[in-house]
Design a protein around this ligand. Structure first.
Ligand SMILES: [Zn+2]
Length: 121
């Protein structure tokens, strides 16, 4: 699993999230650790408040651990989510959330940096 520069793994629990995360834009990868490897089950982003989003995330106990990273803006979070998506897209069959390409933040028009690069070559 590829999680370039992200922080973790941390236990996916509201108490942990409440204690360690900040209310800023950011990306996350939820999953579990298996033989010292992190298995991503789902990725996503928060345009404004990563802490709030994960704190209220109702996963019904599906995810055990997570990685995260902050961004300076919603567009920055979108671009990080895109990179995370493309880094792991070969694992689509294992991840429900990787079936769909990330969409830009509401009210903005920005493009995925990876798709733009690919269309150039
Ligand atoms: Zn893309």
């Amino acid at each position: 699993m590829l999680l370039k520069g992200m922080l973790g793994p941390m236990v996916f629990h509201p108490k942990v999230i409440d204690t360690f995360l900040e209310s800023r834009p950011g990306v996350y990868a939820l999953g579990h650790c298996e033989d010292e490897e992190f298995v991503i089950q789902c990725i996503g982003r928060a345009d404004e408040d990563l802490r709030g989003l994960l704190f209220y995330f109702n996963d019904e106990g599906k995810y055990e651990d997570f990685y995260f990273d902050y961004s300076d803006s919603p567009v920055g979070a979108f671009q990080k989510e895109c990179r995370l998506f493309h880094l792991n897209e070969h694992d689509k069959d294992r991840m429900e959330a990787l079936l769909k390409h990330p969409t830009p933040p509401r009210g903005t028009y920005c493009q995925c940096p990876v798709c733009v690069d690919r269309s150039k070559s």
